[in-house]
Design a protein around this ligand. Sequence first.
Ligand code: NAD
Length: 477
Amino acid sequence: MQLNFIANTSLVSSSGLTIPVIDPSTGQVFDEIQRSNAQDIDTAVRAARQCMDSVWSKLSATERGRLLMRLSVKVTEHAEELTAIEQRDCGKPTRQARADAVALARYFEFYAGACDKLTGQTLPYQDGYSVFTWREPHGVTGHIVPWNYPMQIFGRSVAGALAAGNVCVVKPAEDACLSLIRVAQLAAEVGFPAGALNIVTGYGHEAGDALVRHAGIEHISFTGSPKIGTLVQQLAAPRHCPVTLELGGKSPQIVFADADLDAVIPVVINAIVQNAGQTCSAGSRILVEEKIYDRLMERLGHAFAQLRVGPASMDLDVGPLIRQSQQQRVWDFLSDAQVANIPVVAQGQIVDEAPETGFYQAPTLLRDVPVDHRLAQEEVFGPVLAAMSFRDEDHAVELANATQFGLVAGVWTRDGARQFRMARRLRCGQVFINNYGAAGGVELPFGGVKSSGYGREKGFEALYGFTTLKTVAVKHD
Ligand code: NAD
């Protein structure tokens, strides 16, 4: 049984209840986590505040950085253990789970180095004054993490918050807690003071709700669905608690006729099948210039048909979805596509070794998806790619911007002037030209516009969100 980790101590929930942990590759229960409530959240927030007042706020930025660096090294030493935990808990193929552990270590490494480089400014003002700004931590920050990339999203949000001088209470997703409990134990082993990093597991409507409402939480970093993001904003509003929202996407890959298709195809496929399509920045739409549309569909269809889906331990192209309700969600989208006569170009293969009780879905390429169909508008969060064609640059921009989301876009063209025009006209937080995702890029600020959220995590930019600015004006004559 897994326990909460509060003030460097493993604790059962005061509810006395647990939640079963299911292996998505088999559909079988193999562990249980604590079903925490408002009382457990309160214990964690008090522990965090106590740590802030007694130890954390007294550490120099350099000492904080050294602690973060020690955790980075420790995570690297335990990368294979964390990979195995994540693989079973989330159904991630080995390469994906390992990449997540590597990224987690990298986040702590990057923010370790950033701790003592976060500075304010001196400001020119009237004669007789000296004016400057300080960047101060919010205090106790709350972090609500989704199940799709627990280690990566924990790393990008918590490492930045700690680096900026905050202490953290983390509520992982009920479907994916195990790696984060282990990381908090590792943090204690490398010398994190009790209360600096606390993990409280449980359901969103119980533990998550209590975290957002708690008066001792001074900033909330929420990564998850737009629906819950709206709720979190509403719950935080009465006490004016600042919120960073990292929500969903319906990100387009825009392919012009002059693109290098040999380079396009593997990247477009990876961007939709990585993590079984359960990626906020998945390239889930492909917009193709008319004159190469049929040719690209044929080549992509051939590549889709080769994709193999199976248990996480087989380390194939695609693993299972996280849970049965997610599988049902993808089926519902595909049956709506059938009703609308949207053509299926190709599907991958689920291997014979995949247990029937696991949550598998073959990657699916659909073409001629109408721009107003839900497959072109809503996040499927599965390995389903919706294709459509465009006439010219204006039409491509119109289609790309025609959803409620604005997270990421990929543009494929050799025309340099068009690359810049497109980057300017796309309404989103990141644009990738002739690549997609820049291999994760811990250094690169990430976040959205519109219903994809606001605020930025990753990179140095995130540190501004995890601090508040104080202006000090000294009158000296
Ligand atoms: P979700 O919104 O259902 O859950 C996310 C987290 O919120 C979980 O920890 C959950 O327990 C918690 N939660 C649920 N109800 C809550 C409540 N009432 N109060 C407080 N917390 C609550 O999302 P999900 O299904 O876990 O994740 C998938 C979604 O996350 C997708 O929309 C995806 O695009 C998005 N996502 C976005 C990013 C990004 O960086 N933009 C990254 C990963 C996932």
